[in-house]
Ligand binder design. Structure first.
Ligand SMILES: N[C@@H](CCC(=O)N[C@@H](CS)C(=O)NCC(=O)O)C(=O)O
Length: 238
């Protein structure tokens, strides 16, 4: 396998792995499996489905963090998910999809749509974009707002959305219990998702009731620290 090129925003936004949880997830996986790779900025016009992350690998362009991880797991001598029981695989799937297909949109709303999140996201986007492109940021915000409305999350009250984030994370805290990783004593692919999304909520520098609720779960806070120490020691210690 040649060196993998990971295409994503190259900044460690807010001292976290990435402003995109899907990019943070994939890069955590590459680090956890010691897959040789280098990071290059993403070009949305070249992204196969117009989304990040995408990778270049052995002459092909692959997209979708999960499809990429599944391909790498198939090729790996020691896959992260080797030996998982069927119930554990099922649990991992349900947790991953809850975060990626549900909680994600709540966080997008809090960042892009709500007036207290937006300036923080806007400044990070400005830092990523060449000056002339920054002019389109209000248009991107409008597009994201429409997307969140169409998906349904945008139609909830802010209080409901905030409560849902807190409740999703309370469920994950309950599943984690006092285990070091979600499915036991070693990290699995699902931990890459849980960790990246947790960074996205605890590392996003805007005070909110849901962030305070998540920060109130000592096991989630320790889990974030554990994974950061294991794979992200180049980021500031927590
Ligand atoms: N299922 C995809 C989701 C990727 C995704 O939604 N990425 C967002 C950034 S967090 C994106 O590229 N959004 C641009 C757009 O939707 O136009 C994956 O796992 O890679």
């Amino acid at each position: 396998m040649s060196e993998l090129i990971l295409r994503q925003p190259p900044r460690r936004a807010w001292g976290t792995p990435n402003m995109s949880p899907f990019c943070g997830k994939l890069e955590t996986y590459l680090r956890a499996t010691e897959t040789p790779h280098r990071i290059e900025p993403a070009d949305f016009r070249r992204a196969p489905r117009g989304k990040i992350p995408y990778v270049e690998l052995d002459g092909a362009v692959l997209t979708d963090s999960q499809l990429i991880i599944e391909e790498l797991e198939r090729r790996a001598a020691a896959p992260l998910d080797a030996g998982l029981t069927e119930p554990d695989r099922a649990l991992a799937r349900v947790v991953r999809r809850t975060l990626e297909e549900g909680t994600y949109f709540l966080s997008v709303r809090m960042r892009w749509v709500e007036d207290d999140g937006w300036p923080v996201v806007r400044d990070e986007m400005k830092a990523l974009m060449p000056a002339p492109l920054r002019l389109v940021l209000p248009l991107i915000r409008r597009k994201v707002t429409k997307m969140v409305h169409a998906q349904g999350t945008g139609r909830r009250t802010r209080a409901e959305a905030s409560q849902l984030i807190a409740d999703d994370w309370a469920a994950i805290a309950a599943l984690l219990g006092d285990r070091p990783y979600l499915l036991g004593d070693r990290p699995r692919t699902v931990d890459c998702t849980v960790y990246a999304f947790l960074e996205g909520i605890l590392g996003f520098p805007v005070e909110s009731t849901h962030r305070a609720a998540v920060a109130g779960h000592a096991n989630l806070v320790a889990y974030r620290q554990r994974l950061r120490a294991a794979y992200w020691s180049d980021l500031p210690a927590l």
